[in-house]
Design a protein around this ligand. Structure first.
Ligand code: 6PG
Length: 234
C-alpha cells in the first residue's frame, strides 16, 4: 500500500451553515480574482450533492469576469443529462444558467454515456489542464468525497488516471464518474464544504486520522475544511 502524502488540514468552523456558505462565496471570488489577475483564467472544479447549492445560488449575484471562468466537475452520476439528480443540472439551475460563462468553458462530465465512455471522454478534457485553481468537495456520511468511496479504488498513485469509472457506488446511482484523488489533489486550493449532523461520524473518523477517502486529497498547499461548529467535537 503506497504511503499517502500527509494531508494538511485547516479546519475552519462556522457557527451556522449560512455563515459557512457566505465565507465560501467570498473565498471563491477572491481566488478567482487572484487567478484571473495572475493568469487570465480561473479553473474551478465543482462539488456535487446538495451542500454547495446555496453557495452556487449566491454566486449568481457575483461581480466577476465570468468570461475568464472555466468550470469542471469532480464527479457525476451516470444519469440522463437533464435528470434531477445530475450534479451538472443542480449547478446549472442554481448558478451557471444565470451568468455569462462562455458555454465552451463549462465542462460537464458526459456521464449519460455510461461510466466507461464518459471517463475516457473527460480524461481528454482534463488532460489539457495542468493544475486546477480551486477544487470544491463535499463529504459523504461514510467519508467519501466526489465519487471516491471507502473500499473502492481512489486513484491516489502518481500514475493514477485523471478519471475513474465507478460501477458499484454505495450511494445511488451505482454508476458514476469521478476525478481521481491524485487529480483532485493537483490544485492550488482545495475547499471541503461540510454541513449537517449526518457527517459527524465521518468528521470524527477524519480527525482521528482514519484513511477515509476525503483524507486521500493531498494538495501541496493542504486542504481547507469549511465545517459547522457542531461537527467539531473538541
Ligand atoms: C455526489 C457528490 C458527493 C457529495 C457527498 C455529500 O455526487 O453524490 O459528489 O460526493 O458531495 O455525498 O453530499 P451532500 O452535499 O448531499 O451531503
Amino acid at each position: 500500500m503506497q504511503n499517502l502524502p500527509l494531508q494538511i488540514c485547516r479546519w475552519q468552523p462556522f457557527t451556522t451553515a449560512s455563515q459557512l456558505e457566505q465565507a465560501a462565496v467570498e473565498k471563491i471570488l477572491s481566488l478567482a480574482k487572484q487567478a484571473i489577475a495572475a493568469r487570465g483564467a480561473f479553473h474551478i472544479v465543482l462539488a456535487g450533492g446538495t451542500t454547495p447549492r446555496r453557495v452556487y445560488e449566491a454566486l449568481r449575484q457575483a461581480n466577476t469576469n465570468w468570461q475568464a471562468w472555466h468550470i469542471y466537475f469532480g464527479d457525476e452520476r451516470c444519469l440522463p443529462a437533464q435528470h434531477a439528480e445530475r450534479n451538472s443540472l443542480m449547478a446549472s439551475l442554481a448558478w451557471l444558467d444565470h451568468v455569462g460563462i462562455p458555454e465552451q468553458q463549462i465542462h460537464p462530465i458526459p456521464a449519460e454515456l455510461g461510466a466507461a465512455k464518459a471517463t475516457e471522454n473527460y480524461s481528454l478534457i482534463i488532460n489539457e489542464l495542468h493544475e486546477f485553481d480551486l477544487v470544491l468537495l463535499g463529504l459523504g456520511e461514510d467519508g467519501h468525497t466526489a465519487s471516491l468511496f471507502p473500499g473502492h479504488e481512489l486513484g491516489t498513485m502518481e500514475n493514477a488516471p485523471d478519471t475513474l469509472a465507478v460501477f458499484d457506488a454505495p450511494k445511488p446511482p451505482p454508476e458514476r464518474v469521478s476525478l481521481s484523488a491524485h487529480r483532485l489533489s493537483n490544485a492550488r486550493q482545495v475547499i471541503f464544504l461540510v454541513t449537517g449532523k449526518s457527517k459527524l461520524q465521518a468528521v470524527n473518523d477524519w480527525r482521528a486520522g482514519s484513511a477515509i477517502p476525503a483524507a486521500a486529497i493531498t494538495p501541496k498547499a493542504g486542504v481547507d475544511i469549511y465545517i459547522e461548529n457542531d461537527l467539531i467535537q473538541s
